[in-house]
Design a protein around this ligand. Structure first.
Ligand code: SAM
Ligand code: DTB
Ligand code: SF4
Length: 328
Protein backbone atom coordinates (compact mmCIF):
# COMPACT_ATOMS: atom_id res chain seq x y z
CA UNK A 1 0.00 0.00 0.00
CA UNK A 2 1.55 3.31 -1.01
CA UNK A 3 -0.57 5.60 1.16
CA UNK A 4 0.67 7.58 4.13
CA UNK A 5 -1.48 8.95 6.90
CA UNK A 6 -0.79 12.66 7.42
CA UNK A 7 -3.32 14.70 9.38
CA UNK A 8 -6.04 16.13 7.18
CA UNK A 9 -5.01 19.75 6.81
CA UNK A 10 -8.03 21.75 5.74
CA UNK A 11 -6.26 25.07 6.23
CA UNK A 12 -4.04 24.32 3.24
CA UNK A 13 -7.14 24.38 1.04
CA UNK A 14 -7.72 27.97 2.12
CA UNK A 15 -4.07 28.74 1.33
CA UNK A 16 -4.59 27.30 -2.13
CA UNK A 17 -7.17 29.99 -2.80
CA UNK A 18 -4.71 32.82 -2.09
CA UNK A 19 -3.78 34.89 -5.17
CA UNK A 20 -0.60 33.72 -6.85
CA UNK A 21 -0.58 30.30 -5.17
CA UNK A 22 0.99 27.60 -7.37
CA UNK A 23 0.71 23.87 -6.78
CA UNK A 24 3.89 21.83 -6.94
CA UNK A 25 3.74 18.34 -8.39
CA UNK A 26 4.82 16.94 -5.02
CA UNK A 27 1.95 18.69 -3.24
CA UNK A 28 -0.56 17.17 -5.64
CA UNK A 29 1.14 13.80 -5.34
CA UNK A 30 0.78 14.08 -1.57
CA UNK A 31 -2.98 14.45 -2.06
CA UNK A 32 -3.01 11.22 -4.07
CA UNK A 33 -1.15 9.51 -1.23
CA UNK A 34 -3.72 10.39 1.43
CA UNK A 35 -5.80 7.50 2.75
CA UNK A 36 -8.83 7.42 0.47
CA UNK A 37 -11.33 8.37 3.20
CA UNK A 38 -9.26 11.42 4.18
CA UNK A 39 -8.89 12.46 0.55
CA UNK A 40 -12.63 12.06 -0.13
CA UNK A 41 -13.55 13.97 3.04
CA UNK A 42 -11.24 16.78 2.09
CA UNK A 43 -12.49 16.92 -1.51
CA UNK A 44 -16.14 16.86 -0.39
CA UNK A 45 -15.44 19.64 2.13
CA UNK A 46 -13.90 21.83 -0.58
CA UNK A 47 -16.78 20.92 -2.88
CA UNK A 48 -19.43 21.96 -0.32
CA UNK A 49 -17.61 25.25 0.25
CA UNK A 50 -18.00 26.15 -3.41
CA UNK A 51 -20.97 24.27 -4.89
CA UNK A 52 -24.26 22.68 -3.99
CA UNK A 53 -23.09 19.04 -3.65
CA UNK A 54 -26.38 17.69 -5.04
CA UNK A 55 -26.27 19.61 -8.30
CA UNK A 56 -24.70 18.29 -11.51
CA UNK A 57 -24.44 20.21 -14.78
CA UNK A 58 -25.25 18.36 -18.01
CA UNK A 59 -23.82 19.07 -21.46
CA UNK A 60 -24.71 17.35 -24.69
CA UNK A 61 -21.94 16.56 -27.16
CA UNK A 62 -21.94 16.21 -30.93
CA UNK A 63 -19.23 15.52 -33.49
CA UNK A 64 -19.79 18.14 -36.20
CA UNK A 65 -16.81 16.91 -38.25
CA UNK A 66 -15.65 13.36 -37.71
CA UNK A 67 -12.37 11.62 -38.61
CA UNK A 68 -9.51 12.38 -40.97
CA UNK A 69 -7.58 14.45 -38.40
CA UNK A 70 -3.91 15.06 -39.34
CA UNK A 71 -2.79 14.85 -35.68
CA UNK A 72 -1.45 11.63 -34.16
CA UNK A 73 -2.93 11.54 -30.64
CA UNK A 74 -2.41 7.89 -29.72
CA UNK A 75 -5.77 7.46 -28.03
CA UNK A 76 -7.99 9.01 -30.67
CA UNK A 77 -10.15 7.18 -33.19
CA UNK A 78 -10.28 10.30 -35.34
CA UNK A 79 -6.63 10.50 -36.35
CA UNK A 80 -6.31 9.76 -40.09
CA UNK A 81 -3.32 7.54 -39.21
CA UNK A 82 -5.23 4.83 -37.38
CA UNK A 83 -8.16 4.24 -39.73
CA UNK A 84 -10.50 3.62 -36.79
CA UNK A 85 -13.20 5.99 -38.04
CA UNK A 86 -14.55 6.91 -41.46
CA UNK A 87 -13.83 10.49 -42.46
CA UNK A 88 -16.97 12.63 -42.74
CA UNK A 89 -17.59 16.17 -43.97
CA UNK A 90 -18.61 19.11 -41.77
CA UNK A 91 -22.29 18.83 -40.82
CA UNK A 92 -24.87 21.28 -42.12
CA UNK A 93 -25.86 24.10 -39.76
CA UNK A 94 -29.51 22.99 -39.70
CA UNK A 95 -28.62 19.38 -38.75
CA UNK A 96 -26.61 20.68 -35.80
CA UNK A 97 -29.37 23.03 -34.68
CA UNK A 98 -31.90 20.17 -34.82
CA UNK A 99 -29.60 18.03 -32.65
CA UNK A 100 -29.25 20.91 -30.18
CA UNK A 101 -33.04 21.27 -29.95
CA UNK A 102 -33.36 17.57 -29.22
CA UNK A 103 -30.68 17.81 -26.52
CA UNK A 104 -32.44 20.81 -24.99
CA UNK A 105 -35.71 18.87 -24.88
CA UNK A 106 -33.93 16.11 -22.96
CA UNK A 107 -32.67 18.67 -20.45
CA UNK A 108 -29.11 19.54 -21.54
CA UNK A 109 -28.17 23.14 -20.76
CA UNK A 110 -24.95 23.27 -22.77
CA UNK A 111 -24.23 22.04 -26.28
CA UNK A 112 -20.65 21.08 -27.18
CA UNK A 113 -19.61 20.78 -30.81
CA UNK A 114 -16.38 18.92 -31.63
CA UNK A 115 -14.41 18.85 -34.87
CA UNK A 116 -11.48 16.58 -35.76
CA UNK A 117 -9.17 19.32 -37.03
CA UNK A 118 -5.63 20.38 -36.24
CA UNK A 119 -7.31 23.78 -36.27
CA UNK A 120 -10.14 25.44 -38.23
CA UNK A 121 -9.67 27.13 -41.62
CA UNK A 122 -11.31 30.55 -42.00
CA UNK A 123 -14.22 29.20 -44.10
CA UNK A 124 -14.85 26.44 -41.56
CA UNK A 125 -14.76 28.96 -38.74
CA UNK A 126 -17.53 30.92 -40.45
CA UNK A 127 -19.78 27.85 -40.61
CA UNK A 128 -19.06 26.99 -36.96
CA UNK A 129 -19.77 30.61 -36.00
CA UNK A 130 -23.20 30.30 -37.60
CA UNK A 131 -23.80 27.08 -35.63
CA UNK A 132 -22.84 28.90 -32.43
CA UNK A 133 -25.22 31.81 -33.18
CA UNK A 134 -28.15 29.50 -33.84
CA UNK A 135 -27.54 27.20 -30.85
CA UNK A 136 -27.14 30.23 -28.61
CA UNK A 137 -30.48 31.56 -29.92
CA UNK A 138 -32.10 28.37 -28.55
CA UNK A 139 -31.14 29.60 -25.08
CA UNK A 140 -28.34 27.04 -24.59
CA UNK A 141 -24.75 27.65 -23.52
CA UNK A 142 -22.33 26.91 -26.35
CA UNK A 143 -19.00 25.10 -26.37
CA UNK A 144 -16.74 24.11 -29.27
CA UNK A 145 -13.54 22.11 -29.55
CA UNK A 146 -11.83 22.73 -32.88
CA UNK A 147 -8.12 22.20 -32.19
CA UNK A 148 -5.47 24.92 -32.23
CA UNK A 149 -6.50 28.51 -32.95
CA UNK A 150 -4.62 31.13 -34.96
CA UNK A 151 -4.50 34.82 -34.06
CA UNK A 152 -7.90 36.46 -34.35
CA UNK A 153 -9.93 33.23 -34.50
CA UNK A 154 -10.89 33.22 -30.81
CA UNK A 155 -12.22 36.77 -31.19
CA UNK A 156 -14.45 35.64 -34.08
CA UNK A 157 -15.83 32.82 -31.95
CA UNK A 158 -16.48 35.25 -29.11
CA UNK A 159 -18.36 37.56 -31.49
CA UNK A 160 -20.56 34.63 -32.52
CA UNK A 161 -21.52 34.22 -28.86
CA UNK A 162 -19.32 31.29 -27.80
CA UNK A 163 -19.37 30.60 -24.05
CA UNK A 164 -16.71 27.83 -23.69
CA UNK A 165 -13.78 26.52 -25.71
CA UNK A 166 -12.60 22.99 -24.89
CA UNK A 167 -8.89 22.38 -25.32
CA UNK A 168 -7.43 19.77 -23.00
CA UNK A 169 -3.85 19.70 -21.72
CA UNK A 170 -4.56 15.96 -21.80
CA UNK A 171 -1.45 14.77 -19.97
CA UNK A 172 1.72 15.89 -18.18
CA UNK A 173 3.96 18.17 -20.28
CA UNK A 174 6.84 15.74 -19.65
CA UNK A 175 4.86 12.74 -20.92
CA UNK A 176 3.16 14.55 -23.80
CA UNK A 177 5.51 13.49 -26.61
CA UNK A 178 5.01 9.82 -25.75
CA UNK A 179 1.36 10.24 -26.77
CA UNK A 180 1.29 13.06 -29.34
CA UNK A 181 4.09 14.23 -31.62
CA UNK A 182 2.32 16.49 -34.13
CA UNK A 183 1.86 19.36 -31.67
CA UNK A 184 3.25 20.22 -28.26
CA UNK A 185 1.93 20.82 -24.77
CA UNK A 186 3.10 24.44 -25.18
CA UNK A 187 0.89 24.75 -28.31
CA UNK A 188 -2.07 23.71 -26.16
CA UNK A 189 -1.23 26.29 -23.50
CA UNK A 190 -0.95 28.93 -26.22
CA UNK A 191 -4.44 28.26 -27.62
CA UNK A 192 -5.87 28.29 -24.09
CA UNK A 193 -4.29 31.72 -23.54
CA UNK A 194 -5.84 33.05 -26.77
CA UNK A 195 -9.25 31.74 -25.76
CA UNK A 196 -8.99 33.36 -22.35
CA UNK A 197 -7.81 36.64 -23.82
CA UNK A 198 -10.84 36.77 -26.11
CA UNK A 199 -13.09 36.53 -23.04
CA UNK A 200 -14.27 32.95 -23.67
CA UNK A 201 -14.47 30.52 -20.74
CA UNK A 202 -11.85 27.78 -20.78
CA UNK A 203 -12.71 24.08 -20.61
CA UNK A 204 -9.48 22.11 -20.20
CA UNK A 205 -8.75 18.79 -18.59
CA UNK A 206 -7.09 15.52 -19.35
CA UNK A 207 -7.25 11.84 -20.04
CA UNK A 208 -6.17 8.92 -17.87
CA UNK A 209 -5.06 5.51 -19.06
CA UNK A 210 -2.38 6.49 -21.58
CA UNK A 211 0.34 4.60 -19.72
CA UNK A 212 1.18 7.61 -17.55
CA UNK A 213 2.49 7.27 -13.99
CA UNK A 214 0.85 8.68 -10.86
CA UNK A 215 3.50 11.41 -10.89
CA UNK A 216 2.45 12.27 -14.47
CA UNK A 217 -1.17 12.45 -13.33
CA UNK A 218 -0.27 14.72 -10.41
CA UNK A 219 1.79 16.90 -12.76
CA UNK A 220 -1.10 17.20 -15.19
CA UNK A 221 -3.43 18.29 -12.36
CA UNK A 222 -0.84 20.83 -11.16
CA UNK A 223 -0.40 22.17 -14.71
CA UNK A 224 -4.17 22.63 -15.05
CA UNK A 225 -4.57 24.17 -11.60
CA UNK A 226 -1.67 26.56 -12.22
CA UNK A 227 -3.17 28.01 -15.39
CA UNK A 228 -3.96 31.54 -14.34
CA UNK A 229 -6.86 31.42 -13.69
CA UNK A 230 -7.66 27.70 -13.50
CA UNK A 231 -10.01 26.45 -16.25
CA UNK A 232 -13.71 27.12 -15.63
CA UNK A 233 -14.46 23.53 -16.58
CA UNK A 234 -12.15 20.52 -16.17
CA UNK A 235 -13.09 17.33 -18.04
CA UNK A 236 -11.42 14.20 -16.71
CA UNK A 237 -11.61 11.45 -19.33
CA UNK A 238 -10.95 7.76 -18.75
CA UNK A 239 -9.51 6.20 -21.90
CA UNK A 240 -12.07 4.49 -24.10
CA UNK A 241 -9.75 1.99 -25.75
CA UNK A 242 -10.42 2.08 -29.49
CA UNK A 243 -9.45 -0.81 -31.79
CA UNK A 244 -6.87 0.27 -34.35
CA UNK A 245 -5.34 3.01 -32.16
CA UNK A 246 -1.90 2.49 -30.58
CA UNK A 247 -3.54 2.43 -27.12
CA UNK A 248 -6.17 -0.17 -28.02
CA UNK A 249 -4.79 -2.66 -25.51
CA UNK A 250 -3.63 -0.38 -22.70
CA UNK A 251 -4.24 -1.57 -19.17
CA UNK A 252 -7.20 0.12 -17.48
CA UNK A 253 -6.60 2.68 -14.74
CA UNK A 254 -7.61 1.40 -11.33
CA UNK A 255 -10.99 2.83 -10.26
CA UNK A 256 -9.63 4.25 -6.99
CA UNK A 257 -6.81 5.97 -8.87
CA UNK A 258 -9.40 7.59 -11.13
CA UNK A 259 -11.44 8.73 -8.09
CA UNK A 260 -8.27 10.12 -6.51
CA UNK A 261 -7.69 12.15 -9.68
CA UNK A 262 -11.20 13.63 -9.49
CA UNK A 263 -10.59 14.51 -5.83
CA UNK A 264 -7.22 16.09 -6.63
CA UNK A 265 -8.86 18.17 -9.38
CA UNK A 266 -11.59 19.29 -6.97
CA UNK A 267 -9.15 20.29 -4.21
CA UNK A 268 -6.73 22.10 -6.50
CA UNK A 269 -9.44 23.78 -8.62
CA UNK A 270 -12.12 24.52 -6.02
CA UNK A 271 -14.27 26.79 -8.14
CA UNK A 272 -14.11 24.86 -11.42
CA UNK A 273 -16.73 22.46 -12.68
CA UNK A 274 -15.05 19.04 -12.74
CA UNK A 275 -16.54 16.89 -15.46
CA UNK A 276 -16.77 13.12 -15.28
CA UNK A 277 -16.23 12.70 -19.03
CA UNK A 278 -15.39 9.82 -21.39
CA UNK A 279 -15.37 6.32 -19.91
CA UNK A 280 -18.54 6.69 -17.84
CA UNK A 281 -20.31 3.94 -19.78
CA UNK A 282 -17.93 1.35 -18.34
CA UNK A 283 -18.44 2.63 -14.77
CA UNK A 284 -20.89 1.15 -12.29
CA UNK A 285 -23.45 3.40 -10.60
CA UNK A 286 -21.42 3.07 -7.40
CA UNK A 287 -18.22 4.20 -9.13
CA UNK A 288 -19.98 7.24 -10.58
CA UNK A 289 -21.45 8.05 -7.16
CA UNK A 290 -17.94 7.95 -5.68
CA UNK A 291 -16.74 10.34 -8.41
CA UNK A 292 -19.60 12.74 -7.59
CA UNK A 293 -18.69 12.49 -3.90
CA UNK A 294 -15.07 13.28 -4.81
CA UNK A 295 -16.26 16.52 -6.42
CA UNK A 296 -17.29 15.80 -9.99
CA UNK A 297 -20.26 18.01 -10.81
CA UNK A 298 -20.69 17.85 -14.55
CA UNK A 299 -21.28 15.11 -17.13
CA UNK A 300 -21.79 14.54 -20.83
CA UNK A 301 -25.47 13.77 -21.17
CA UNK A 302 -26.06 12.11 -24.53
CA UNK A 303 -26.19 8.68 -26.19
CA UNK A 304 -22.96 9.28 -28.06
CA UNK A 305 -19.73 11.11 -27.22
CA UNK A 306 -17.84 11.88 -30.44
CA UNK A 307 -17.30 8.47 -32.03
CA UNK A 308 -18.04 6.16 -29.09
CA UNK A 309 -21.22 5.49 -27.14
CA UNK A 310 -22.15 7.12 -23.83
CA UNK A 311 -24.43 5.98 -21.02
CA UNK A 312 -27.59 7.57 -22.44
CA UNK A 313 -30.19 9.78 -20.80
CA UNK A 314 -32.35 7.04 -19.28
CA UNK A 315 -29.60 5.49 -17.17
CA UNK A 316 -28.52 8.97 -16.09
CA UNK A 317 -32.03 10.00 -15.07
CA UNK A 318 -32.31 6.80 -13.07
CA UNK A 319 -29.00 7.39 -11.31
CA UNK A 320 -29.79 11.05 -10.55
CA UNK A 321 -33.05 9.87 -9.03
CA UNK A 322 -31.36 7.18 -6.90
CA UNK A 323 -28.72 9.63 -5.66
CA UNK A 324 -31.06 12.59 -5.21
CA UNK A 325 -29.00 14.66 -7.64
CA UNK A 326 -30.51 17.67 -9.37
CA UNK A 327 -29.58 18.63 -12.90
CA UNK A 328 -28.56 22.22 -13.57
N1 SAM B 1 -9.41 17.90 -31.97
C1 SAM B 1 -9.76 18.60 -30.82
C2 SAM B 1 -8.71 18.49 -29.74
O1 SAM B 1 -7.85 17.62 -29.80
O2 SAM B 1 -8.76 19.31 -28.82
C3 SAM B 1 -11.10 18.23 -30.24
C4 SAM B 1 -11.58 16.85 -30.11
S1 SAM B 1 -10.69 15.75 -29.02
C5 SAM B 1 -11.43 14.25 -29.47
C6 SAM B 1 -11.25 16.17 -27.39
C7 SAM B 1 -10.73 15.35 -26.23
O3 SAM B 1 -11.36 14.09 -26.20
C8 SAM B 1 -9.26 15.02 -26.21
O4 SAM B 1 -8.50 16.10 -25.79
C9 SAM B 1 -9.20 13.84 -25.24
O5 SAM B 1 -9.01 14.28 -23.92
C10 SAM B 1 -10.59 13.23 -25.38
N2 SAM B 1 -10.53 11.92 -26.03
C11 SAM B 1 -10.25 11.67 -27.32
N3 SAM B 1 -10.27 10.33 -27.57
C12 SAM B 1 -10.56 9.73 -26.40
C13 SAM B 1 -10.69 8.38 -25.99
N4 SAM B 1 -10.52 7.38 -26.85
N5 SAM B 1 -10.99 8.10 -24.72
C14 SAM B 1 -11.16 9.12 -23.83
N6 SAM B 1 -11.04 10.42 -24.15
C15 SAM B 1 -10.73 10.74 -25.41
C1 DTB C 1 -13.54 16.00 -23.56
O1 DTB C 1 -12.66 16.25 -22.71
N1 DTB C 1 -14.05 14.80 -23.77
C2 DTB C 1 -15.00 14.81 -24.86
C3 DTB C 1 -15.08 16.33 -25.21
N2 DTB C 1 -14.07 16.90 -24.35
C4 DTB C 1 -14.98 16.78 -26.58
C5 DTB C 1 -14.67 13.88 -25.96
C6 DTB C 1 -14.56 12.44 -25.51
C7 DTB C 1 -14.26 11.58 -26.69
C8 DTB C 1 -14.31 10.12 -26.37
C9 DTB C 1 -13.95 9.25 -27.50
C10 DTB C 1 -14.84 9.32 -28.71
O2 DTB C 1 -16.10 9.31 -28.57
O3 DTB C 1 -14.31 9.36 -29.82
FE1 SF4 D 1 -7.29 15.14 -33.85
FE2 SF4 D 1 -8.25 16.00 -31.48
FE3 SF4 D 1 -8.23 13.37 -32.10
FE4 SF4 D 1 -5.93 14.60 -31.60
S1 SF4 D 1 -7.64 14.29 -30.14
S2 SF4 D 1 -6.33 13.17 -33.33
S3 SF4 D 1 -6.31 16.63 -32.46
S4 SF4 D 1 -9.42 14.95 -33.11
Amino acid sequence: MNTVSPAVDLTSDAAARAPGFKWTVSQVEALYQLPLMDLLFRAQTVHRGNFDPNEVQRSALISIKTGGCPEDCNYCSQSARYKSTEREVLMQVQEVVDAAKEAREKGATRFCMGAAWRGPKEKELEVVSQMIREVKALGMETCVTLGMLKDGQAEKLKEAGLDYYNHNLDTDAEFYDQVITTHTHADRVDTIAQVRQAGIKVCSGGILGLGESRRNRAAMIAQLANLDPAPDSVPINNLVAIPGTPLANKEKVDNFEFVRTIAAARITMPKSFVRLSAGREAMSDEMQAMCFFAGANSIFYCDKLLTTSNIGANRDLDLFDKLGLRAI
